[in-house]
Design a protein. Structure first.
Length: 282
């Protein structure tokens, strides 16, 4: 199968967007192939589809049906880059400065999602209001006979577990992957993230497990994980919190707003670059 793709880098969370139609029953199979080291190689795959709502510029359907902030910003940035393509045909080299609002349909989100896109010399700066979390709850996880504290921030389609990395002894990679698998099996979750949080440097090391593709990906940058940390910090402060969350691929900014007993708003902002465009064979 010939797959037309775009590879993008939102804070190095390498993302493939598939441009040609692919039946949804093949999404998992195609995504697994594209993500492979011997293919395009990335951390996640989204499919560009026509939108049902005429106000939307397009629709993003993620490989597991989840909502992904970084991939959403990628599609918005791509659409604006294509619209402003330079005469040379290289997207993103024309017109910078003004902010464009891009409405999209996205899997895992009700209604339209709006992304503010500002073109830059080497890509775009994007800001996205994430769907508000359904809940922010404290849990005790029991793994291999030991109890660990975690704060679970649940969005539609994905739950992120925030764990203080200093409380995890030994192999943190094995701990995070085992924790994600155990949570997925216990709650039949579509996707689970484990955010190993360093409170001293305000940084996360993000792991995302998607059940449908059985993938465990240590992401360079995680948009929804950053949103989860912002929601959690706002909940702890019982107010509005703004933070720059460091991660292996760079920094994603977040603003969380807590009022009247729950998180009302979460906005993430980050840089997006177009890396490659072409045809893959799967």
């Amino acid at each position: 199968m010939d797959i037309r793709f775009v590879k993008m880098s939102p804070t190095q969370n390498m993302t493939i967007l598939v441009e040609n139609p692919v039946p949804r029953e093949l999404h998992h199979q195609v995504a697994s192939a594209l993500m492979g080291y011997d293919n395009v190689f990335a951390e996640q795959v989204g499919y560009i589809e026509p939108a049902a709502d005429p106000r939307a510029w397009g629709r993003l359907q993620m490989m597991g049906g989840e909502f992904c902030g970084n991939a959403t910003m990628c599609l918005a940035a791509l659409l604006v880059m294509d619209k402003a393509a330079a005469p040379s045909g290289r997207p993103g080299e024309a017109g910078t400065g003004g902010t464009i609002e891009v409405p999209l349909e996205v899997s895992g989100a009700d209604g339209l999602v709006s992304v503010d896109v500002t073109l830059q010399a080497t890509g775009a700066r994007c800001s996205l209001e994430m769907p508000a979390p359904e809940s922010v709850e404290s849990h005790t996880l029991t793994l291999d006979g030991h109890d660990y504290h975690a704060d679970a921030v649940t969005f539609a389609g994905i739950t992120h577990l925030i764990v203080d990395k200093d409380t995890v002894p030994g192999d943190k990679t094995a701990f995070a992957e085992s924790t994600a698998a155990a949570w997925q099996q216990r709650y039949n979750a579509e996707a689970v993230g484990v955010m190993l949080y360093d409170k001293e440097s305000n940084a996360i090391t993000p792991l995302v497990h998607v059940a449908s593709t059985q993938s465990y990906v240590w992401e360079r940058g995680c948009g929804s994980g950053t949103a989860a940390v912002g929601a959690w910090l706002a909940t702890k402060a019982a107010g509005t919190v703004t933070a720059d969350i460091a991660q292996p691929g760079g920094v994603i900014s977040v603003r969380g707003e807590f009022a009247d007993g729950r998180v009302r708003k979460v906005v993430i902002s980050g840089d997006v670059k177009l890396v490659a465009r072409g045809t893959a064979y799967v």
